[in-house]
Write a protein of this length. Structure first.
Length: 169
């Protein structure tokens, strides 16, 4: 019997994203002001350029909308990043049998999470902090850590495939 679980997480915007939106709006207003000042030189293209600036603004703001899709198929965890509800990009694929440590991100497990030997960290959470788990594993020769928010069904499926020595959930 195949095990398949899928879960979507929408990343919440933080201060950084709101500052980027503010900077984009200010840049768009500045460009529109420059176009307005040079309307005599641009004549027929002024309206087209202003529409282009507004389109670029909305496109840029849309790119800040990020979702993550977790798919667990027979122990293989695939995580995709979906930008602006259109573009899908594979973040990582890892089999849960390779996990050296899998646990909730809580006080008793922080020493494993903060291990200085971890070369690369991947955060695919929604930025709220609830129900966060982490997995430490080797990909090639690099020790990696992925932080994510699995569903209850995904946790049950992971309990079947993660090695017992590494499962602390």
């Amino acid at each position: 019997m195949d095990l398949f679980t899928e879960y979507m997480v929408r990343r919440r915007k933080g201060l950084r994203e709101y500052l980027m939106i503010g900077a984009m709006v200010i840049a768009a207003l500045f460009l529109m002001w420059i176009i307005f000042l040079n309307i005599r030189l641009l004549k027929n293209f002024a309206l087209l350029l202003e529409v282009g600036v507004v389109y670029a603004l909305f496109y840029g703001i849309g790119l800040l909308s990020v979702e993550y899709e977790y798919s667990l198929t027979n122990g293989e965890l695939d995580i995709d990043k979906i930008t602006a509800r259109k573009r899908r990009m594979r973040v990582i694929t890892v089999h849960s049998r390779t996990f050296d440590y899998f646990a909730p991100l809580t006080e008793p497990h922080l020493s494993a999470y903060n291990d200085s030997a971890i070369a690369h960290r991947i955060d695919v959470t929604d930025n709220t902090g609830g129900g966060v788990y982490f997995a430490v594993f080797f990909k090639g020769s690099k020790k990696m850590c992925i932080t994510f928010q699995p569903s209850r069904g995904m946790l049950e499926d992971l309990a079947r495939t993660v090695p017992k020595r590494a499962y602390f959930a």
